[in-house]
Design a protein around this ligand. Structure first.
Ligand SMILES: Nc1ncnc2c1ncn2[C@@H]1O[C@H](COP(=O)(O)OP(=O)(O)OP(=O)(O)O)[C@@H](O)[C@H]1O
Ligand SMILES: [Mg+2]
Length: 255
């Protein structure tokens, strides 16, 4: 991970320390009746990172991603998105923050039947105030960006799974949100389509988007710059924390 275009690295300061957080969870818990889905999870995701969240089924991954994305509020703890404490915001303010900051991609694509790709993506800008022609122009550009310039008028049933997921990604990144949250984006895909989708996410990351991916695929998780493991609603391992600890040891040894 290097500096973003137009930024320069202060001498002697590693990037992970200087980039501002885009999402912070502090002691976040979520319970559903008797079920504890999250039990005091804490994590900081900084601008420009790409990380994998892994863990057994039911360990709280989706719950954490939904809370990161402000789709859900925690039962306890603090959530900050782009510096804003979510608790302090009204639903309306929260929707506005979410709309300009976060794009979502889900395993099941969430594309409406019968809606051509171009409209599915352009509809993401329905509340932007932009005229229809402009919305469609931006949508077309986004679809070309994910390699679907030849599929603009195809409906979901006329697209492969991998292509549907690329439509969903085009829709998610249309407003150029700094943060992309993906819940098992390759979970419903064969390995080739999954690799195409992952490569697309890596490309977005290289262009500066912060990308958080839940995955069951160990190879995918291991291939990303940071890996966070969840167990029983807690962060059981964070490779970034490992690096920070290792750096501290190196510093002590070196001193
Ligand atoms: N809306 C809900 N109501 C009740 N219980 C819920 C709800 N959502 C999640 N849970 C429970 O919370 C726990 C964590 O669920 P979560 O969906 O976060 O797991 P996950 O790690 O994403 O699992 P998977 O890998 O299967 O998707 C599970 O025990 C689940 O049954
Ligand atoms: Mg899940």
């Amino acid at each position: 991970m290097g500096p973003r275009v137009g930024e320069s690295q202060p001498v002697g300061e590693p990037w992970p320390e200087v980039r501002p957080p885009v999402v912070e969870l502090e002691g976040v818990s979520k319970t559903y009746g008797d079920v504890v889905a999250l039990a005091g999870a804490g994590i900081v995701v900084r601008r420009g990172e790409m990380l994998a969240i892994v863990g057994p089924s039911g360990s709280g991954k989706s719950t954490m991603l939904n809370i990161m994305g402000t789709l859900d509020r925690p039962s306890a703890g603090t959530v900050r998105v782009d510096g804003h404490t979510v608790d302090a915001l009204s639903d309306r303010q929260l929707s506005a923050l979410r709309a300009r900051t976060i794009g979502f991609v889900f395993q099941a694509f969430h594309l409406a039947a019968g809606v051509p790709a171009l409209d599915a993506v352009a509809d993401g800008l329905l509340y932007s105030g932009l005229p229809r022609g402009e919305r469609r122009g931006l949508a077309e550009r986004a679809l070309r960006g994910v390699g679907l310039g030849q599929r603009l008028h195809n409906e979901p049933h006329q697209l492969s799974g991998g292509e549907r997921q690329r439509v969903a990604i085009a829709r998610a990144v249309l407003g150029d949100p700094p943060l992309l949250l993906a819940d098992e984006p390759t979970g419903a895909l064969d390995s080739h389509s999954g690799e195409v989708v992952m490569e697309l996410l890596r490309t977005l990351h290289r262009a500066g988007t912060t990308v958080v991916v839940i995955t069951h695929d160990r190879d995918i998780a291991a291939s990303l710059p940071r890996e966070v493991r969840i167990k029983d609603g807690r962060i059981a391992y964070d490779s970034a924390a490992g690096e920070a600890a290792a750096a501290a040891v190196t510093e002590r040894v070196g001193a």
